[in-house]
Design a protein around this ligand. Structure first.
Ligand code: XUL
Ligand code: CO
Length: 442
């Protein structure tokens, strides 16, 4: 079998900061950072769709990339095999431990659900063999419930229950496939679980449908003994005007309302956080603090654009805070950094796919080193402890334990003339500490 990336003959090497050519300048997979290697901290994954199943088209223009298996005149199963060969060649040369895929990325859709299922089963068998040859593992599987016209008005939230049923068939099958491949997680991104206009929408009805769908997924997971984590991926809009899984706090409230807390965690995407009007830092900190953190889709947006550009995450400044919160929370359990990233349309050399991933991985590795330093020196935790110290003293613990009511507390405040002196939040000093940690970490 001929190689698709002959210009990258073997595994991408670690070349160090002054190295030349294609290689990792910071990411040294076996280097220990605290008690874990870089590879074990970052749990890197490549996505099948943007990297192998997208021709480089956009809404104004055709595909620009050299992806021969996407040509129209090839037999669909032979095309899927060529794509899979190239994907596994890439993932192993890159040295990533994991990959992720949608059902429709890996196998062509047939004329019926049965035929689609047979196609996917054949490709999953082939993937299983590739995985055991290369040691690559599945971070997560997912079903594409947004591309086909039948899903234009949503999948689980569609006004037509037959669409719900079709989606159930796809999800059941992808859960089976993910389980068969030893997947560590299963993702549901509700790309069209939302609305285009409220004029024709019953929001409460759609929320009930979505919750019912998710409960069915939980039950089925138990039936087959799948032990991976179920993840919901928040996004506020695009493609729909409004998406119900808007951000982490909205997903959290939804899970609580429908008694599904504990069954799902979140898969946070950097660019989805910024589309929701939050920072990536905010979304990760929220999830860590509320016990729903699961995994990351690593990418970034463009500060001038209001859409999902899915660029490679190259800004260490932007990565340090979220990586810090992940470390503070104890790191990934079943999740990882999955590169939900797209090349720019002009990046047409085959090796550009390597450059994009290598640069993003190096930026994450640098952020990891800085975050580890900040955590081990307690730069932020020391500050946070001091700032909230009152809540571990008598007054704070009595308020939080519920032993004081509003009247008693007010009486105490009046009797002692409680009149606290404002203290500095020290924001600039802390921002400088972060910069110092970035500049001084090698
Ligand atoms: C879309 C997105 C998806 C999900 C998987 O914005 O991020 O690729 O990650 O369906
Ligand atoms: Co994503």
């Amino acid at each position: 079998m001929s190689e698709f990336f002959p210009d990258v003959p073997g595994p991408v090497p670690f070349i160090g900061i002054d190295g030349e050519g294609l290689g990792y300048r910071v990411y040294d997979s076996d280097q220990m950072v605290g008690d874990k290697s870089m590879a074990d901290h970052l749990r890197l994954a490549v996505c099948y769709w943007h990297s192998f199943n997208w021709p480089g088209s956009d809404i104004f223009g055709d595909g620009t990339f050299d992806r021969p298996w996407l040509a129209r005149d090839i037999d669909p199963m032979r095309a899927a095999e060529a794509k899979q060969d190239a994907a596994f060649e890439f993932i192993s040369k890159l040295g990533a431990r994991f990959f992720s895929f949608h059902d429709v990325d890996m196998a062509p859709q047939g004329a019926s659900l049965k035929e689609s299922r047979a196609n996917l089963d054949a490709m999953v068998d082939r993937a299983a063999a590739k995985m055991s040859q290369t040691g690559v593992e599945l971070l997560w599987g997912t079903a594409n419930l947004f591309s086909h016209p039948r899903f234009a008005a949503g999948a689980a939230t569609n006004p037509n229950p037959e669409v719900f049923a079709h989606a159930a068939a796809q999800v059941r099958h992808m859960l089976d496939a993910t389980h068969r491949l030893g997947g560590h997680n299963y993702v549901l991104w509700g790309g069209r679980e939302g609305y285009e206009t409220l004029l024709n929408t019953r929001m409460r009805q759609e929320a009930d449908q979505l919750a019912r769908f998710l409960s069915m997924v939980v039950d089925y997971k138990r039936t087959i003994g799948f032990e991976g984590t179920l993840l919901l991926e928040p996004k506020p809009q695009e493609p729909t005007k409004h998406q119900y899984d808007y951000d982490c706090a909205t997903v959290h409230g939804f899970l609580d309302r429908y008694d599904l807390l504990g069954e799902f965690k979140v898969n946070i995407e950097g660019n989805h956080a910024t589309l929701a009007g939050h920072s990536f830092h905010h979304e990760v900190a929220y999830a860590i603090d509320h016990g729903i953190f699961g995994s990351i889709d690593a990418n970034r947006g463009d500060h001038q654009n209001g859409w999902d550009t899915d660029q490679f995450p190259t800004s260490v400044d932007e990565l340090v805070p979220p990586v810090y919160e992940i470390l503070r929370g104890g790191g990934f359990e079943t999740g990882g950094f999955m590169f939900d990233t797209k090349l720019r349309r002009q990046s047409i050399d085959r090796s550009d796919l390597f450059h994009g991933h290598v640069g993003g991985i190096d930026a994450l590795a640098k952020a990891l080193l800085v975050a580890h330093k900040l955590l081990s020196e307690r730069t932020l935790e020391g500050e946070r402890d001091r700032r909230y110290a009152g809540w571990t003293d008598d007054l704070g613990t009595q308020i939080l334990s519920g032993s004081l009511g509003l009247g008693e507390l007010a009486d105490r405040a009046v009797a002692h003339n409680i009149d606290p002196t404002p203290v500095s939040g020290g924001q600039e000093r802390l921002e400088n500490e972060i910069n110092h940690a970035i500049w001084s970490t090698s």
